[in-house]
Design a protein around this ligand. Structure first.
Ligand code: ARG
Length: 459
């Protein structure tokens, strides 16, 4: 079978080299985008009388029937035709005869592949945003049930101050909501049409690029043909947004893994999201969370792959750029799967409220509030800090929490302490008094949840 570009060749491609340079193995997943792009192009060629209208119609019908057959799994692609673009074109000509050969008028695979890839990544961005929105919804649900569930907040992984599970969940909501915004933003720059750029210097045919863009539901057209066929920033942006999002997932995973240890014991993963050990009968491992944490490295690698592929390329298209797809598709598949698993894992996990509360009572998480108590009674903060430091040391030596000391014991360090100190340093007070915007006080978190629901509703 002759190559679609075979005219000037005397020898056929080496068999191994043919497989080596073919991309059908991974770009066939863009078949829908390729066919939609070709349909838009054919309609435009017809409307502009670049080819007869009847030919355009015949091409469109042929392409639609190919789409149906691929959807139904009735088509086998061939390595001989290199990529999805030439596979579809070959099928078209086999189906409708010589008219099929007119489809590629005024077009190159260079603007074709850029178009297909953009359309595909636009879909990926939408799907990713959808999964992120679900995850954000789950975080908000858990937060809403737990605006009063007191837990420890850490710095340096050392107990720091009390907060609530609601406040903690909403911290992750913020991260994932920013991720959504990053994908929304990246989608805007992805959503422009390169078709019409031709191989690199556009075309002499009187094409109507705006019409093709409208047909494809794209928001505009690229402004420079050399850039249009060379630009893969949109994929790099998707990969960087994915990397940031995986970093957030990975941090949450790390905490899920910690919290579900026997030592913390504050989170119990559902059996549906845990696995056992082949030798240790008692084991229930947080494999899903570990795997998401591990896959974060893989997605970072995907970003590095494409950045490195692109870094020394002269304008315009170079075959190096065929290496843009596997890493980008891998990142999209990985991220979407991780978001799905994280959502299910969180929805089904059980938080041990008693243990969360008990843990917050240990490790002097109310020490800042004790210092603030003395400040409110007229002491300078630095002096109050020192007084409470001495109190904590005394507590450690006597195996007690600050609020377990008698007033006499406290007065050894701070003579003006009164009975109301116990109320002032209770965990509830510590949380409730932090009622500044962004703080853990239940009213503040409820307000945050209200805003979050509106933000999600607006997506
Ligand atoms: N399979 C190619 C890719 O993915 C399509 C573009 C090929 N263009 C070319 N002039 N060889 O990049």
């Amino acid at each position: 079978m002759a190559k679609l570009w075979g005219g000037r060749f005397e020898q056929s491609t080496d068999e191994f080299a043919e497989g080596f340079q073919s991309s059908i193995g991974f770009d066939s997943r863009m078949y829908r985008e390729d066919i939609m792009g070709s349909i838009a192009h054919a309609k435009m060629l017809g409307a502009q009388r670049i080819i007869p209208i009847e030919d355009a119609e015949q091409i469109v019908e042929g392409l639609k029937s190919i789409l149906e057959d691929i959807d139904a799994g009735r088509v086998e692609f061939s390595v001989h035709d290199e990529d999805i673009h030439m596979n579809v074109e070959r099928l078209l000509t086999e189906r409708i005869g010589d008219t099929g050969k007119k489809l590629h008028t005024g077009r190159s695979r260079n603007d074709q592949v850029a178009t297909d890839f953009r359309l595909y990544m636009k879909r990926m961005a939408d799907e990713t945003i959808g999964k992120l929105t679900q995850l954000c919804g789950t975080l908000v649900d858990i937060a809403e049930e737990n605006t009063d569930t007191i837990m420890t907040a850490y710095t340096h992984l050392q107990k720091a101050q009390p907060t609530t599970l609601g406040h903690y969940m909403m911290a992750y909501f913020e991260m994932f909501y920013r991720d959504i915004q990053r994908f929304v933003d990246c989608k805007k720059r992805t959503d422009v049409l390169p078709l019409g750029a031709g191989a690199l210097c556009a075309t002499t045919y009187p094409i109507d690029r705006e019409m093709a863009a409208r047909e494809l539901g794209m928001s505009g057209i690229t402004r420079n043909s050399l850039d249009a066929v060379s630009d893969r920033d949109f994929a790099i942006e998707y990969l960087s947004a994915s990397s940031v999002c995986m970093m957030h997932l990975s941090r949450l995973c790390e905490e899920i893994i910690l919290f579900s240890t026997n030592e913390y014991g504050t989170l119990r993963l559902s059996d549906a999201y845990s696995t056992g050990s082949s030798i240790m009968p008692q084991k229930k491992n947080p494999d899903m969370a570990e795997l998401i944490r591990g896959k974060t490295g893989r997605v970072y690698g995907d970003l590095m792959t494409l950045l490195t592929v692109m870094k020394g390329l002269p304008l315009a298209y170079n075959k190096d750029m065929q290496e843009d797809k596997e890493c980008t598709f891998d990142a999209a598949d990985t991220l979407k799967a991780c978001l799905e698993v994280m959502n299910g894992m969180l929805k089904t996990a059980e938080w041990n409220k008693e243990r969360l509360r008990a843990g917050a009572g240990l490790g002097f998480t109310n020490a800042t509030d004790a210092a603030d108590y003395f400040v409110k009674n007229g002491m300078a903060f630095r002096d109050a800090h020192a007084v409470v430091g001495h109190l904590v040391l005394y507590c450690e030596q006597h195996g007690k929490a600050i609020d377990e000391l008698s007033l006499d014991e406290i007065r050894q360090f701070a003579p003006d302490a009164r009975e109301d100190i116990y109320e002032a340093i209770s965990l509830e007070t510590c949380v409730n008094m932090r009622s500044v915007p962004g703080g853990p006080a239940p009213d503040m978190v409820r307000e945050h949840i209200r805003q979050a629901k509106m933000l999600l509703g607006d997506l």
